[in-house]
Design a binder for this molecule. Structure first.
Ligand SMILES: NC(=O)c1ccc[n+]([C@@H]2O[C@H](COP(=O)([O-])OP(=O)(O)OC[C@H]3O[C@@H](n4cnc5c(N)ncnc54)[C@H](O)[C@@H]3O)[C@@H](O)[C@H]2O)c1
Length: 411
């Protein structure tokens, strides 16, 4: 089941639990606006190249729409639609005053030069500048885009509308980016793990942890869990997987990686078969790489007691059912990886205030938002007798439905 089907299914289940009016349910699924633009640029060799750009603005009942922009050859309008919808529920779960959006350009960023990427980003911004804005729709980086892309959007947008740093988040620090944004998703994952374990009388300290993915999210989660006394006993990325029963020395592994080394060449652990990573014995399993990695084939063999969904959509619905029957507690992506969008919100707030927070304040506020969301999810689980995924979906959908009703949607 793809991301679109899974999101719609979760939404419908949540709507049923909440007893939403069927007309309202239908209306909440319909995107506010779908934008498709043709972006033509001169390539470095003088020829012209055309690319299609998308922006789906799903819902703005709770505030300006928020979501990433990805550059990928297979940017599919249906998927962008599903991801925009997911952002609506995710921002609502975290109680941010935002709606949801998502966008992208169908291109292979690795095949474009820096100047071609800059021209493409500027043309895309010229085409959508009157549809995005500080109080309308605030893009952020996603697959294939980064802080530099956001800097170009900010600059191009500001030519039309005056100095507007809050029109995008995930900017370089020198242009109004937030301290702590780089670590935010991994840090949020760590706070979420702490909150969940505390619910079961456990803590990160002394727990055994397995992590799939050692990129931005996985490496930050690994460092912060290690710093709290958690034992990361196995870790894998696209190049391979390693394990050490006594716990991997994460600072040493970071140094090894930052010097260009692959996981499998790290001396402080033994190489293991990557297919065994997700079914490795551990207390906490944290997928931080791809979607759909937990499926009906491997779910019956999962030995973890807790799964923290740091990646988007790592558990497909069949696996979800199997894991629930086995008594595995799954903390859903819509909450577990919200740290990034929460600190993006802080960046927007700082830009509007024209005042920069120190990193300690960013982390403290992130902690508050993650803990508060967890308590609200638990309350929904209790009142609707459901698991954490449905607790999160009912929380998000209910907040958006209430805002929609209060604003009046049928007139
Ligand atoms: N970065 C964020 O702020 C953020 C926010 C929310 C959700 N996410 C989600 O978290 C996940 C990771 O994002 P990221 O920013 O860390 O990406 P990244 O590109 O920095 O890292 C991805 C990691 O996954 C590994 N990987 C790729 N294919 C793999 C495979 N087949 N098997 C094992 N490992 C594999 C890579 O080697 C890399 O270590 C994605 O699902 C992303 O959508 C990220």
């Amino acid at each position: 089941m793809n991301a679109l089907a899974a999101t719609s299914r979760n939404f419908r289940q949540a709507a049923r639990l909440l007893g939403l009016d069927s007309k309202l349910e239908k209306s909440l699924l319909i995107p506010f606006r779908e934008i498709k633009v043709e972006c033509t640029i001169p390539k470095d060799d003088g020829t012209l190249a055309s690319f299609v750009g998308f922006r789906v603005q799903h819902d703005n009942a709770r505030g300006p729409m928020k979501g990433g922009i990805r550059y990928h050859p297979e940017v599919d309008p249906d998927e962008v639609n599903a991801l925009a919808q997911l952002m609506t529920w995710k921002t609502a779960v975290a109680d941010l005053p935002y709606g949801g959006a998502k966008g992208g350009i169908g291109c292979s960023p690795s095949e474009l030069s820096m100047s071609e990427l800059e021209r493409l980003t500027r043309v895309f911004t010229q085409k959508i500048h009157d549809l995005i804005g500080t109080h309308t729709d605030i893009p952020a980086p996603d697959m294939g885009t980064n802080a530099q892309t956001m800097a170009w959007i900010f600059d191009e947008y500001s030519k039309f509308h005056g100095h507007s740093p809050a029109v995008v988040t995930g900017k370089p620090i020198d242009l109004g980016g937030s301290l702590g944004r780089d670590a935010a998703t991994g840090r949020g994952v760590t706070y979420a793990t702490e909150a969940l374990l505390a619910e079961y009388g456990k803590s990160i300290s002394g727990s055994t942890v397995v992590i799939q993915g050692f990129g931005n999210v996985g490496s930050w989660a690994a460092q912060l869990i290690h710093a709290r006394g958690g034992k990361v006993i196995a870790i894998g990325d696209v190049t391979g997987s390693i394990r050490n029963k006594a716990g991997i020395d994460i600072p040493a592994l970071m140094k090894h990686r930052n010097e260009g080394g692959h996981l499998k060449d790290f001396h402080g652990a033994e190489v293991m078969d990557s297919s065994e990573l997700l079914v490795h014995e551990c207390d906490v399993l944290i997928p931080c790489a791809l979607g759909g990695v937990l499926n009906r084939e491997n779910a019956p063999d999962v030995k973890a007691k807790f799964i923290i969904e740091a990646a988007n959509h790592p558990t497909d619905p069949e696996a979800d059912e199997i894991l629930t029957k086995k008594g595995v507690i799954v903390l859903p992506d819509i909450y577990a990886n919200a740290g990034g969008v929460i600190v993006s919100y802080f960046e927007w707030v700082q830009n509007i205030q024209g005042f920069m927070w120190d990193e300690q304040k960013v982390n403290m506020e992130l902690h508050k938002y993650m803990n508060s969301a967890f308590q609200h999810i638990k309350a929904m689980c209790r009142s609707h007798d459901c698991n954490l995924r449905m607790g999160a979906f009912t929380l998000g959908v209910n907040r958006v439905a209430r805002a929609t009703l209060l604003r009046g949607w049928e007139a």
